[in-house]
Structure formats: structure tokens, C-alpha cells
Design a protein around this ligand. Structure first.
Ligand code: ZN
Ligand code: ZN
Length: 258
């Protein structure tokens, strides 16, 4: 399985920067997990193939360019953009974004080929299909309804924590799995901002180090994501100091293969 964390910004030469401001992962060039930078950073092949987008929660850094992406492709979509989310999150997207004020309600609109956007409500704790992938969604501990995901292609499995603080169900599902190849877990703030991390329901390296003790699997790659750009270097130093084998910060733009 190929997983890429899309970059969110580019320097004056057009080279992607390492700072992650927006969240969007692309799996096998065709399925997106969150859509923060989806309209900004997909390559042409991905742009022509991504029609399935799983939204873990409606925070702006995870959906910022979703409306723009659908808008850009509006006349040429031969199938609807399928947006997978819990019913609760679909309600929030409809109320707060696709509400005819902030942006048009694309799920009510058609082009020459038919509907342009379709919501697919996802179950909790039960496997569902997205393109060639099997996905399980589990609630995590964030300040809005949010799910973590376990994504499998039949050979490899990768878990995405999304935004979360201390949680239980997610680890239970992971620990019950026979094989797990990679865990992409958030580490938003440095240790000195533990209070802010706590109120906004995010991890610091210290709280993440504690949390990873709940994971009984070992040996898989653990990629830290969602590092707030202003503290990236400091967070990475603190993650390294944890001395957890195979724990690294994921690099935006790079394609990882499991
Ligand atoms: Zn969030
Ligand atoms: Zn976020």
C-alpha cells in the first residue's frame, strides 16, 4: 500500500516544504483520507483518480480545500465525488460548509454526467469498502466527533489516528489485529504546551510516549503526523528522545510503501 501525506505549502521554486499545515493522505494515488490540501497538492494523475475521500472530522485543516477540489472538477466529473464520514460529521459538513453560504451544496447539484458529490455514511467498528480498500472507523478523543481508521488492502494494514488525545477503543482494535504494518499517529504540540494540547485534545511527545504503551504490537513503523509547523523541530527532538524504535516524523510529499 502506498501512502503519501500531501504537502500543504511550496517554496518560491515550487518545492514542497516540510511544514504540515493541512492534513490529506493519499492511498495508492486514488483514495484520500481527509482533504485539507487536496486541491493544492495532488499531481495530475491523482487528480484524475481520486474520487473517494474519507473525512475523519470537520476541522478546517482536514477539509479546507475539499470544496475547492470539487469546484475545480465540477464540469468534468463523470462520477460523483464520494465523501465517506460518520452521519454526525456529514451533518456538520452540510451545516457548516456546503450550506449555500460558505459554499454551494454540491450534494444537491448535477453536471452533464449526473450527481457531482455523494455522501456515504460510514459505520463505527464495522468494516466497509472504499475503492479496493477495507476500512474500519473507530471513535477517538478529540473536541469534535472524530474517527481513527484502520485501512487494509488485503496484504498490508495501516492505521490512522486522526486528531486525538488519550483514547482506548482505537488501541483495542489495533491490538486485536493479526498484522499491522504502520501506525500514523498525531503529535501536534511540544511538551511545554501540554496544557494547550490537553484542552484541544491533541498529543505531545510525552503524552504520545505514554499512549504507545497501550499498543501491544511492536515492530511496525510509527509515523508522527500533524506536527504544528511552528514547533516542528522541537517536537521531532522530543520524539527522538523517547527512543521508541521505528518512530519517525512523516515527511510531507514523500511516498511511503508498506
Ligand atoms: Zn482536529
Ligand atoms: Zn487537525
Amino acid at each position: 500500500m502506498k501512502v503519501q501525506l500531501l504537502p500543504s505549502t511550496f517554496d518560491a521554486q515550487g518545492v514542497a516544504t516540510l511544514e504540515q499545515r493541512l492534513t490529506c493522505f493519499v492511498i495508492d494515488d486514488c483514495v484520500a483520507v481527509d482533504a485539507g490540501s487536496i486541491a493544492i497538492a495532488l499531481n495530475n494523475e491523482q487528480r484524475s483518480k481520486v474520487r473517494d475521500i474519507i473525512v475523519t472530522h470537520p476541522h478546517m485543516d482536514h477539509v479546507a480545500s475539499l470544496p475547492i477540489f470539487i469546484d475545480d472538477l465540477y464540469p468534468s466529473l463523470k462520477e460523483p465525488m464520494r465523501v465517506y464520514a460518520t452521519q454526525e460529521v456529514i451533518g456538520l459538513l452540510e451545516r457548516d460548509i456546503f450550506n449555500w453560504n460558505l459554499y454551494p451544496r454540491f450534494s444537491d447539484l448535477t453536471n452533464d454526467y449526473g450527481p457531482v458529490m455523494e455522501y456515504i455514511p460510514i459505520p463505527i467498528g464495522e468494516s466497509f469498502r472504499v475503492a479496493h480498500l477495507n476500512v474500519v472507523a473507530v471513535p477517538v478523543n478529540h473536541i469534535v466527533p472524530t474517527v481513527g481508521l484502520v485501512v487494509s488492502d488485503g496484504q498490508k494494514s495501516v492505521a490512522f489516528s486522526s486528531d486525538t488525545a488519550e483514547t482506548e477503543e482505537f488501541w483495542k482494535i489495533l491490538n486485536e489485529m493479526k498484522d499491522l504494518d504502520a501506525l500514523l499517529i498525531e503529535a501536534s504540540f511540544p511538551d511545554r504546551l501540554a496544557k494547550l494540547a490537553h484542552v484541544s485534545r491533541h498529543f505531545t511527545p510525552a503524552s504520545l510516549g505514554q499512549e504507545l504503551k497501550k499498543l501491544t504490537h511492536n515492530g511496525m513503523d510509527i509515523m508522527a503526523v500533524h506536527l504544528k509547523p511552528s514547533y516542528r523541530r522541537e517536537i521531532i527532538e522530543q520524539l527522538n528522545a523517547l527512543n521508541i524504535p521505528k518512530l519517525k516524523a512523516m515527511e510531507p510529499g514523500r511516498v511511503y510503501e508498506w
